[in-house]
Design a protein around this ligand. Sequence first.
Ligand code: LLP
Length: 417
Amino acid sequence: MLDSNYFHYTAATLHCDEVSLEKLAATFGTPLFVTSRRSLIESCLTFEHAFKELPHFTCYSVKANFNLTVIRTLAELGCGCDVNSGGELYRALQAGVAAEKIIFAGVGKRADEIAYALQSGVLMLKAESLPELRAINQIAGELGKRASVAIRINPNVTAETHPYITTGDSKEKFGVDEAELAELFSLFSEFPNLKLVGLDMHIGSQIFDPEYYVAATTKLLTIFKLSKELGFAIEFLDIGGGFPVTYDPLKPATPIERFAEKLVPMLRSLGVKVIFEPGRYLVANASVLLTRILYKKSNHTGKQFFVVDAGMTELIRPALYQSHHEIQSVKLHEKTVVADVVGPICESSDFFARQRAIPAAEEGELLAVMSSGAYGAVMGSNYNGRLRPAEVMVNGSEVKLVRKRETLEQLVENELF
Ligand code: LLP
């Protein structure tokens, strides 16, 4: 069981803050994402506290959870945003984030997205290749603007995490290779419409060992030194995101303070602002995916299945990365049964747990798939004609619907005969 102050049993019923999940399911239906506003705030304050001695700016990586109210909650605490597409930029602006607190990233930005970012007045665009710098230079020229850019470096550090979420390795598509940087710097004089203001990296996600950050930051600092020697006035060093959270109580995440202990001394006295782009750290444990048990069944091997009304269309992480998410019953059960918890999608990979001890809940009862706040709803889909679920935010005893459940009409509204 995950030890969270925000999702806890009161009177043998799982609550978010002061609100019973039973009640939320009765009011809003299932599947339902339930987010604790207080948990969001606590993660953000813990992060900020850890890095308080460092002149820094935290840009919440909107890709983890782009719900407007989630973005706004973090923005109200002072966060800017890291966005990866025109769509995410639009969301951040709609949430009320000032453009000058938004950084625009992405390995494959289209011309219209570059123009949109420049016209919006974002803090900077992070470029990942020479052709991209050329494109930004040209578009900025056409718009009569000078674009502030950062270069994303590929530090060639292979952080230990799931292979699909490591990004700082030379075999991956991300960033500019170290070996190409000197040439790239020398070409900057050809880009009159660009101002190089930052150096950036992001080595992956859910990284437990601070030493990977140390190794990559060491490389970033060598490049920073070179850039200074070449006369560039770098204002921002962007360390990226990737800070870990606990999904499985048996594998607790390294506390953020351990990362700060290593990074703060390395970055404190450089005369630049350090940017962090945490996504998962801020949101993962703030939400659960609430789902109802439709059927329980077993087969001749004795294997048991709990068939629930949420699936990989709402939370694809177990299917895609074999990720562990704790599963708690809303009604407290002492007894457990070993079972697979599976969704209604016609794919064998549509599961939340396999052969795990699950609370012995009955058909019709509710389960909470824990730690679903990061890369949950945002990676959702309409596969199998599924409707995207509703999302609520809880603050103490207050409940707000922050995303309506999709309707059948919305499923087909963009299609034409
Ligand atoms: N900055 C950049 C440039 C990124 O690509 C990412 C995540 C972040 C920041 C935020 O990383 P975080 O702090 O959330 O680890 N869908 C996967 C994770 C993909 C991460 C993609 N990039 C998952 O569910 O585990």
